[in-house]
Ligand binder design. Sequence first.
Ligand code: FAS
Ligand code: PHB
Length: 405
Amino acid sequence: MTQQSDRTQVAIIGGGPSGLLLSHILSENGIDSVVLERQSKAYVLSRIRAGLLEAGTVQLLRDYGLAERMDENGKSKDGSWITRQGLDSHFIDTHKWTGKRMMVYGQTEITEDLYDARERAGGNILNEVADVALHEVTSDKPHVTYTKDGQSYRLECDYIAGCDGFHGVSRKTIPADILRCYERAYPFGWLGIMAEVPPLPDLVYAYHERGFALASQRNRLLSRYYIQCPLSDSVLDWSDDRFWEELLARFPADVAAEIETGPSIEKSIAPLRSFVAEPMQYGRLFLAGDAAHIVPPTGAKGLNLAASDVHYLSRGLVEQIKSDRPTHLQRYSELALRRVWSSENFSWRMTQMMHVFPDMNGFDSKIQHNSYELLLQNEAHQRALAEEYVGLPFEELDALTLTAA
Ligand code: FAS
Ligand code: PHB
C-alpha cells in the first residue's frame, strides 16, 4: 500500500481543547498546523467535562476572538460558596480579593467554538484517524504516521504538539529513562449528572460526613451536580431518586431547600487522579493539557491548565518559527510546570479538605476540620484561596533569564 506524504509546520496530536486552541492560536500567527484526532467530531463535541473558567482562560479566549458565544451565554461569577457540615458557609469572593471574576461556560461549548473558528479559517482537522505514531522527535525533521479510511499517511513537520490527553500516544514517545511521572490516585470518584432544571445562583462545594457534593451549572436552565462515590459504584447503582436524595443530604438545609431536582439527561462517574509527567518536552515534541497532567476536578483546574500550557507553548512556537527566538520554546516545560504544580497543589489541598477519605484517622479529621475553620477565621487564608481559585497569573520568564539564554 503506498503511503501518502504531506507536510505542515506543527503536527498536533489530539483535537480536544488543547489541540484545537493551539491550532487556532498558531493560525492567528500565520503558522500552519494539522490536527490529528482519533474520534469523530460528533464524539468530541458530545463530551461533557469542565464547566468553570479561570480569569486567565477567559482573557485568552477573548484575546483570540473565541469569546463571542461565551460572553453571550456564559455567566460571570464573583466567586463560589464552600460549606462544611456543622459550620458556617464561606463565599470564596474572588472579585473582592483579586478584582477578577471567573466564568461558568461548559467545555463542550468551548470545543464547539474552537471547531467553528478552525472551520471558518480553513483549518486542517483530520478526525477518525488511527495508528498515530511519532517518529524522529529528537531530530530536526520529525514526522508522524497515521492511517485514515484504510490509507497510510506520513506527515512531515518541524514540531509535534502532544495534545492527546491522558491515554494518548505522545507522552509514551518520551523514553522511560527520561520521563518522570508523579501520581496520586484517590479512593473515590465523582458521580456527575446533568439536569434541565434551574441551578443555584452560585456554585456550592460541600463537605459532609456522607461525602463531598458540588452544585454547578451550565446555564440558567441547565444544572450540573456531583457527589463523591465509591470507585466500585457504577451509574446503574444510582437511580435519579437515589442521587437527588443523597445530594440533598450533603448540603446545609437552607441550600438543599433551594435545589430544584428533575430527570437526569446525562450521568457518569469519573475517577479522581493527580498526575504530572516531566519533562513536558523532548526534542521537538511538546506535551500540553491532559497529555502531561491530570488534576482532581475539585479545584476546577483541568481545562484551565490546558489553556495556560497552550498559552506558553504557542508563544514559544511563534517566537521560534517567526522570529528565530528560541528561549520560550527551550524553556516551555520549565515555565509550564511551575503553573502545573501550583494547580496540582491547590487541587490536592481542596480534595483533601472536602472529601471523606476511608483511611482517615482522628488526627487527619481534626486537621481537615481545622483547615476549613482557618478559612472562616483568617482573611489571609481567604485571600490565598481566592487567588488560587481564580487562577494564578500566567508567568513570564524574568528579563534577566530571557536575555541570558
Ligand atoms: P482531552 O482528553 O480533552 O483531549 C484529547 C484528545 O486527544 C481527545 O479528543 C482524544 O480523542 C484525542 N486522542 C487521544 N489519543 C489519541 C491518539 N492516539 N491519536 C489521536 N487523537 C487521540 N476539568 C475541569 O476543569 N473540571 C471538570 O469538571 C472536569 N471534568 C472531567 C471529567 C472527565 C470524565 C474527564 C476525563 C476530564 C474532566 N476534566 C475536568 C478535565 C478535562 O476538562 C481536561 O482537562 C480537558 O479535557 C483537557 O483537554 P485536552 O488536554 O485537550 O485533553
Ligand atoms: C463543573 O461545572 O463541571 C465543575 C465546576 C467546578 C469544579 C468542577 C466541576 O470544581
